[in-house]
Design a protein around this ligand. Structure first.
Ligand code: AQP
Length: 328
């Protein structure tokens, strides 16, 4: 059976970009593959965090996964640090990765900004991410476009390991959606919507109430032409609205463009907000139910158990291939 792996960091407020780029893709995959969905708390440690906040957000993220429609009877949902194979496997893979290739990762360059005081973890975290994926022999990794470079590194490391040691890993491929791969910030459509953006008007939080959603869309930056067309390069704001609207309503972008000819941007903003509210409403209801029910911890325990069954086999093969003495 096909295997799927994807992870999200329990940092900041999850937003529409995380939902459209990643989470929304997870739901149909549950029907066709064995899925491992992970709360990557070890990745969150690459920059300083408040420990209480990290713990709280890790459990909230589990609630959001379930709220968005993840079925714990079909998928394995777990916290990365609950499976120590990730850390152990990452060390082995760090001994295969090269400094040069890690230094070329654009996320490291963007977040590290050349500073000497960034953590070593920020530099090596793409190797941990590669390990996350490879441990489960995942074929498919549903992610946003910003992660495709990390996926290429994952394939390079897997190929190198298979060539230099033994054929241990399946080569994974990224699954990236067409219109939703890079949802842009509402306050600045030149940059991706991001958890760490300075302004709250950058993003629609998955737990935002309807009034807030409408207020943020009304303030979305567009342009002064008042022509509705899909042209991400020259009309990034309007194209971003059309992309979000299409992903939320299921209507193709072309048909939305046709429908909105001659109408103003205000109209498009309000209808996009409404389409988003319709998707967020059931997600938020289910999220609250799940958080009140206390089921999260047992779902995570079950997910971690299955995760360890699968990852232990791969880790053992990695250790053997690299010449470590088998444990008794
Ligand atoms: N704007 C986006 N559009 C489409 N997909 C996106 N993703 C993130 N932003 C967008 C995808 O969401 C998944 C989970 O991401 P993550 O939790 O690992 O964190 P991230 O990529 O670091 O998210 P942010 O929001 O960009 O956080 P900061 O501000 O800390 O850098 C991934 O599949 C990602 O591609």
């Amino acid at each position: 059976m096909k295997r799927v792996f994807s992870g999200m960091q329990p940092t900041g407020n999850l937003h529409l970009g995380n939902y459209i780029g990643a989470l929304k893709q997870f739901i149909p995959l549950q029907e066709e593959a064995e899925c491992f969905f992970c709360i990557v708390d070890l990745h969150a440690l690459t920059v300083p965090r408040d420990p209480d906040d990290l713990r709280k957000r890790s459990l909230e993220l589990a609630g959001i996964y379930l709220g968005a429609g993840l079925d714990p009877d079909k998928s394995n949902l777990f916290i990365q640090s609950h499976n120590p194979d990730h850390s152990e496997g990452a060390w082995l893979l760090q001994c295969v990765a090269r400094m040069g290739e890690l230094g070329r990762m654009t996320q490291f360059k963007d977040k590290g900004k050349g500073s000497e005081s960034v953590t070593a973890g920020l530099f090596t975290y793409p190797v941990l991410m590669a390990t996350d994926i490879l441990l489960y022999q995942a074929d498919t990794v549903p992610v946003g476009e910003d992660q495709t470079q990390h996926l290429e590194l994952t394939r390079d490391l897997a190929e190198r390991f298979n060539r230099e040691y033994d054929e241990v890993f399946t080569l994974p491929h990224a699954q990236v959606t067409k219109t939703g791969a890079r949802i842009m910030g509402l306050d600045n459509p030149e940059k991706k919507m991001s958890k760490s953006a300075d302004s709250t008007f950058n993003q629609i939080g998955l737990l935002d109430d309807p009034d807030t959603v409408v207020k943020k869309f009304k303030r979305a930056v567009t342009d002064s032409e008042n022509v509705i067309a899909y042209d991400p390069e020259n009309k990034p704001g309007v194209s971003n609205l059309l992309g979000i609207y299409s992903e939320m309503s299921g209507e193709p972008v072309d048909s939305l463009v046709e429908q909105y000819q001659g109408k103003g941007y205000g109209h498009l903003k309000l209808d996009t907000a409404e389409a988003v509210i319709q998707v967020l409403k059931p997600l938020q209801e289910r999220y609250r139910e799940v958080m009140d029910s206390g089921e999260v911890e047992s779902v995570l325990a079950k997910g971690a158990q299955r995760a360890r069954e699968v990852s232990a086999e791969t880790l053992k093969n990695m250790q053997e291939a690299m010449g470590l003495v088998p444990r008794r």
